[in-house]
Design a protein around this ligand. Structure first.
Ligand code: LMR
Length: 396
């Protein structure tokens, strides 16, 4: 019966962790998947999360289903975190928020909704973008296009080309934007540039979809929310897909949110009804535990403060690793100038290394990076930095 099944290509990111796990070299280093590790090489459970889990364990009385859209408390708290109190308040009646299984779940529900209910002809993705965007938006049969973003010669933003691309996108289409900590390049827009983007969206009448998976990993919770807040404030119809995998370290709990903003309050009930259909046929209703953790933390001032401090520590570590890494490459006599790494934001950087060099790093040095040349900077520690630098020097 399965004779007709062909072998699918391996996932460009997650397959590398499988290969990493199978690698027998005790000194192997995984800089592929976007997972934070601390100085000791561990992906920690935040203390704030541990405390929230203790409280949940103590207080929970049932494991009955959640509503298809998750709990109202989760919706309201995540709106405030994403948009800030004031904008969240102004959106009431025009926004609906769903608890989803991770950011991926939010993107997939949005993709299904767009495919079935809107006039979008094409979904426009950043060039380059997170590899899974293509799979997620392609899955319900949406046509994919790309907009210019990255200048690979200078390893920086090609702002003119980006704006030109955005100007040419037809009305009604959806444009997937990286809210902060662009994945894979680490190259972000300034708030002023986001204002330009919002103006173009309003003039050309295409719909922004902000993929917002790294709030707090770039410059701070408020600073990183510029894209989502500017788009919302502009009164545009929009989608925002939020994830708590990274900023709360809840990777395996699969917790995210989809916020959909309408420009006409009278459409909201219809929008909600269709989103529920997509949820129901995909996973029926969201898993509760991760959402309960987020709700417990965000509804308690002390826990929120503690989380902010832990998030800052993660953010500061990434920033200091960037500087340390650039210095170490220089000190090792690597000729290529990697200073650009210190200007990039979040976990990821585009190193400018190519597929051949990525393969050599993996096969000859057991250093795992994505074939595109993307590295997870947050995977570098004091105890592996010298080996990473030596391996990069060797493949250069
Ligand atoms: C990544 O890009 O490495 C992360 O977003 C994890 C993933 O699911 O790919």
């Amino acid at each position: 019966y399965f004779d007709t099944v062909s072998l699918a290509p391996a996932d460009p990111i997650l397959s590398l962790t499988e290969a990493f796990k199978a690698d027998k070299n005790p000194e192997k280093i995984n800089l592929s998947v976007g997972v934070f590790v601390d100085q000791s090489g561990v992906t920690p459970i935040l203390e704030t999360v541990k405390e929230a889990e203790r409280r949940i364990l103590e207080a929970s009385t049932s494991k009955s289903y959640l509503p298809m859209t998750g709990t109202p408390a989760y919706a309201s708290l995540t709106q405030k975190l994403c948009f800030g109190e004031e904008i969240a308040e102004s959106l009431q009646g025009k926004v609906t928020s769903l608890q989803t299984p991770g950011g991926t779940g939010a993107l997939r529900v949005a993709a299904d909704f767009i495919a079935k209910n809107t006039s979008a002809q094409t979904i426009w993705l950043s060039n380059p973008t997170w590899a899974n965007h293509k799979g997620i938006f392609g899955a319900p049969g949406l046509k994919l296009g790309t907009y210019d973003y990255f200048d690979s010669a200078n390893l920086s933003l090609d702002y003119d080309a980006f704006l030109k691309s955005l100007e040419s996108i037809p009305a009604g289409d959806v444009v997937v934007l990286h809210g902060c900590c662009h994945n894979p390049t680490g190259v972000d827009l300034t708030p002023e540039q986001w204002e330009d983007v919002a103006k173009i969206a309003a003039a050309k009448k295409w719909i922004p979809l902000v993929d917002f998976a790294y709030q707090g990993f770039g410059d701070g919770i408020v600073e990183d929310a510029a894209a989502a807040r500017i788009v919302a404030k502009a009164g545009l119809p929009a989608f925002v897909c939020q994830s708590f995998s990274k900023n709360l370290g809840l990777y395996q709990d699969r917790v995210g949110a989809l916020h959909v903003i309408t420009d006409d309050a009278s459409n909201l009930a219809n929008v909600v009804s269709q989103l529920k259909i997509s949820v129901r046929v995909n996973y029926s209703n969201p898993p509760a535990h991760g959402g309960a953790i987020v709700t417990t933390i965000l509804s308690d001032e002390k826990l929120t403060e503690q989380w902010h401090a832990e998030l800052k520590a993660m953010r500061d570590r990434i920033a200091s690793v960037r500087t340390q890494f650039v210095d170490a490459l220089k000190a090792a006599g690597v000729e290529k100038d990697f200073t650009f790494l210190t200007q990039q934001k979040g976990m990821f950087s585009f190193t400018g290394l190519g597929k051949e060099q990525a393969t050599a790093l993996r096969e000859e040095h057991s250093v795992y990076i994505v074939d595109s040349g993307r590295i997870n900077v947050a995977g570098i520690t004091d105890s592996n930095i010298d080996r990473v630098v030596a391996a990069i020097k060797a493949v250069l």
